[in-house]
Design a protein around this ligand. Structure first.
Ligand SMILES: Cc1ncc(C[n+]2csc(CCOP(=O)(O)OP(=O)(O)O)c2C)c(N)n1
Length: 671
């Protein structure tokens, strides 16, 4: 292995050596502790340290890195204290994730390290979002994301690189090509000759380098960083290396031909660099031993601290509280909150009549005026104004940087939204249709939803979801999929049914520093109008609206169901119907639900979503557990058929819950 020190001083070379040796020695100790049963799992980066260390050394300390499971060198080079890392690996409360995450699945905002999720590829697009933040602020910074060669087969790799190229983002993508996935060799992973050849396909530069040569890695990434900043472009680097141990320690290496270990042993990044600095006379064998002894001692000292942790005493309140970032200090405290939660409410504000769609648009526009750091992203939302024209005219008012057309890639855009959040931006992503969220699902339920609980970083993202049927659009443009998200801790789910609520809840969602899924019913867009305050205001997330007072039955519903229930009540004056519009599906307003049960003792839960697994089942269960004594009849549900939503208008009508509303109400009354 040949090293070219360029203009690096002797001190720098020694310092590089220390940075390289440190994770190696930590790992060697961890392998001992693993055998002694003192830690539970270990993903080894032995043999690959030059990549993690060299890359991190080449960056500024406040540039975000998205490491994976073999990048201990990133954490150590960012000077995370070993005792705290060890607490993390022990699952101790004193670690970086309060015991909630394992091995390297954690991040830390102060160190600008974004914690990985197990799914690997999704981390790449987060780097896009961070780079976008730098670009928008005209900062001379990059973000850097790692992937293994296995991860390059994921769709997320493609999406992230494509977005970075199309948006000219200063991101460095590093492939650590270590020959094997879990056990899958590269011959079964891809067919191109070199992965770096893919760079050309994305319209970016790329280079393949020896990943075991720290000076090579450092120098390349330093140069690439300058390129990315100067030209505002991404760059792909394929680092050739080898995994010297099993995928994780328990899984062995039987599938690897033994001669490969011999070959790569000769290319060991630590030993080779050690030999090099000795050969140029800047350190002696004694000097090396001195450093090794110093590290050995330091490891023991740090472990002594690291072992000294308290036994975790689970605290239910704290566990639940940490799902979300507190909203106490969010801008909401200074925003006027409209309380229209009672049928008798009075609006002391100047209003104008708007359709649901216009109210959403107005809420979004006022939010853009309020928050200069709010970025809108979605397919066709700029010049075209969005599939439903919600953002029509926004481009002129707010410019192309803040109103961004995206390539057709939901997953990467959700990931980019999270990256923007790491850098303090707010973002709203428009799903063109709620149905398409399935291809961004992983990022939402695993990255956005869990990040605050896992390592305390918030995801300040709103995803707008044009949803619902009644428009004859078939199975993939009409689904009700809100219940996919109400089940996921860490997401707020709002679903307004009126213009006033639509505007106020959207503003509240954008002010909320947590991820909010905002459902808007397409069939209500232009069909429903109402008085909407002209000013900027919020409707409180998590508060239901008592729509109509009645004393015979209570219909608990949301979305289109509110209008079905109101129409039914108007057509049946002989029945005294009470209606509650949930407005927020997560978190549910249990107090208002209880009051609704109390008013009539007979409850019907109505939703357009299909029956099985719909939110109605959850509410019914809660009512029967908590309100049994005040019920006069079993809780009933009226929902759509458990089939996909069909295209033909008569079939769709047959599918819809609305067609069974009368029958269910009669059953409930006559019980
Ligand atoms: C989406 C997903 N599928 C499968 C896995 C299981 N898995 C974990 S690591 C891994 C291999 C990853 O290979 P590579 O990207 O080359 O990284 P390496 O482990 O070699 O560093 C697999 C299949 C996973 N974590 N995520």
């Amino acid at each position: 292995m040949t090293f070219d020190r360029k203009d690096l001083s002797n001190e720098q070379l020694i310092s590089f050596y220390r940075s390289l040796l440190w994770p190696r020695m930590i790992e060697e100790k961890m392998l001992v502790l693993l055998r002694q049963g003192k830690i539970s799992k270990w993903f080894s980066g032995i043999g690959q340290e030059a990549i993690s260390v060299g890359a991190t050394l080449a960056l500024q300390e406040d540039e975000w890195v998205m490491p994976l499971h073999r990048n201990l060198g990133v954490f150590t080079t960012r000077n995370m204290p070993l005792h705290k890392l060890f607490m993390q690996w022990q699952g101790a409360k004193e670690g970086y994730s309060k015991g909630r995450e394992r091995s390297f699945h954690f991040g830390n905002t102060a160190h600008h390290i974004c914690g990985m999720i197990s799914h690997l590829g999704p981390q790449l697009a987060i780097a896009d979002g961070v780079a976008l933040a730098h670009k928008l602020r005209k900062e001379n910074k990059v973000s850097l994301a790692f992937t293994g060669e296995g991860g390059t087969s994921e769709g997320d790799f493609h999406e992230a690189l494509n977005v970075a190229a199309v948006w000219d983002l200063p991101v460095i993508f590093i492939i650590e090509n270590n020959g094997y996935g879990l056990s899958t060799p590269v011959s079964e992973q891809y067919r191109c000759i070199s992965l770096v050849d893919k760079a050309k396909g994305y319209g970016m530069e790329g280079v393949m380098i020896d990943g075991n040569n720290i000076l090579n890695v450092y120098d390349t990434i330093k140069g690439v960083r300058e390129y990315c900043i100067k030209y505002q472009k991404p760059y792909l680097i394929e680092c050739m290396t080898f995994r010297m141990r099993g995928h994780e320690e328990a899984s062995g290496t039987k599938y690897v031909p033994p001669e490969l270990f011999k070959i790569w042993e000769l290319r060991d990044p630590v030993k080779n660099f050690e030999e090099y600095i000795k050969s140029i006379g800047i350190i002696s064998e004694e000097g090396v031993q001195q450093i090794r002894n110093e590290f050995k001692e330091k490891i023991e000292d740090e472990l002594a601290i690291g072992f000294n942790t308290n036994i975790i005493v689970p605290d239910v309140e704290e566990e639940l509280e940490d799902i979300f970032q507190s909203t106490v200090h969010s801008p909401r405290s200074t925003v006027q909150v409209v309380d229209n939660s009672k049928p008798t409410h009075h609006l002391p504000l100047t209003t104008h009549d708007l359709r649901l769609i216009d109210a959403i648009s107005e809420g979004l526009k006022q939010s853009m005026q309020k928050h200069s750091n709010l970025i809108l992203m979605g397919q066709d939302i700029a010049e075209y104004g969005g599939a439903f024209k919600i953002t029509e005219g926004f481009l002129k008012d707010f410019g192309k940087e803040r109103v961004r057309n995206t390539p057709l890639c939901e997953s990467a855009i959700v990931g980019a939204a999270l990256g923007l959040s790491l850098e303090g931006f707010k973002s709203m992503m428009e799903m063109q249709f709620a149905d398409f969220v399935s291809v961004g699902f992983n990022q939402i339920v695993n990255n956005l939803a869990k990040i605050h609980y896992r390592w305390g970083q918030n995801a300040d993202v709103v995803i707008r979801m044009p949803t619902g049927g009644g428009v004859g659009a078939g199975p993939f443009h009409s689904q009700s999929n809100e219940a996919w998200f109400t089940k996921v801790p860490g997401l707020k789910v709002v679903y307004p049914s009126t213009p006033i609520d639509a505007k106020g809840l959207l503003i509240a969602a954008i002010n909320d520093p947590n991820p909010v899924m905002y459902f808007e019913h397409k069939a209500l867009y232009r069909a429903i109008s109402g008085a909407v305050p002209e000013d900027y205001y919020e409707i409180e997330i998590g508060k239901a609206r008592h729509v109509r007072e009645g004393d015979e039955i209570s219909i608990i519903t949301y979305g289109a169901g509110v209008h079905w229930a109101e129409d039914y009540a108007a057509e049946h004056p002989e029945i005294s119907i009470d209606i509650l519009d949930l407005r927020t599906l997560a978190p549910l307003d249990y107090l208002s639900i209880r009051e609704a049960v109390h008013r009539t003792g007979r409850v019907l839960i109505l939703h357009e979503d299909t029956l099985i697994g719909g939110i109605g089942g959850e509410i019914a269960a809660w009512i029967s557990e908590n309100c049994f004594a005040i019920l006069d009849a079993p809780v009933m549900r009226c929902a759509s058929l458990d089939t996909p939503i069909p295209f033909n208008i008569d079939l769709e009508k047959n599918f819809m819950a609305k067609g069974r509303l009368d029958e269910t109400i009669q059953k409930l009354i006559n019980y």
